[in-house]
Design a protein around this ligand. Structure first.
Ligand code: K1U
Ligand code: ZN
Length: 167
């Protein structure tokens, strides 16, 4: 297994749109294992392939307390959404920054696991937030896109300065 480098906002590669997975191969199983290891090590509760510069529709999530309920979402689709709820969000691609975002309160999503098995699940609370946040990554969207232009401009300048200083 391997820890994968996570792209940091405003890296333009975070804006790429991921392609659907067309084959369930040992390479896909390896990618999912590496993404899970990277997410647990970060630590985070989710990770989209886009964040590790792999532009395929693959997500890993584990919102359990014990970190023993890994969810793998390949080619995910939200098939129903209801209500609105505001939650504090973070992002491994924007380390140290948290802000509130309004999203659907409850969703039903459909996805394949890494072996190609199709499943459907209802989600609310943190899992619903996390699925929507990670699915945004797959279409090149970052949670800071929901912030006011002023907040986003300040954050972008801060991140650019941090990256310049880091060389
Ligand atoms: O997409 C990502 O960068 C992962 C992100 C997922 C997420 C968290 C909270 C709300 C929406 C989406 C994170 O995991 S940020 C880190 C984090 O929130 C966390 C880390 C350790 C324990 C619990 C939470
Ligand atoms: Zn994120």
């Amino acid at each position: 297994m391997a820890l994968l480098p996570i792209l940091e906002y405003p890296d333009p590669r975070l804006r790429k749109v991921a392609a659907p997975v067309t084959a369930f191969t040992p390479d896909l199983v390896r990618l999912v294992r590496d993404m899970a290891e990277t997410m647990y090590a970060a630590p985070g509760v989710g990770l989209a392939a886009t964040q590790v510069d792999v532009h395929k529709r693959v997500i890993v999530i584990d919102t359990s307390e014990a970190k023993d309920e890994l969810l793998v979402l390949v080619n995910p689709q939200i098939i129903a959404a209801e209500g609105e709820a505001e939650h504090e969000e973070g992002c491994l691609s924007v380390p140290g920054y948290y802000d509130r975002v309004v999203r659907a309160a409850r969703i039903t999503f459909r996805a394949h696991d890494e072996h190609g098995r199709l499943y459907e699940r209802r989600a609310d609370e943190l899992l619903a937030v996390c699925v929507q946040h990670e699915m945004d990554h797959l279409v090149g969207k970052v949670f800071v896109d929901y912030l006011s232009p002023l907040k986003r401009t300040r954050l972008t300048a801060k991140q650019r300065k941090k990256q310049r200083l880091a060389g």
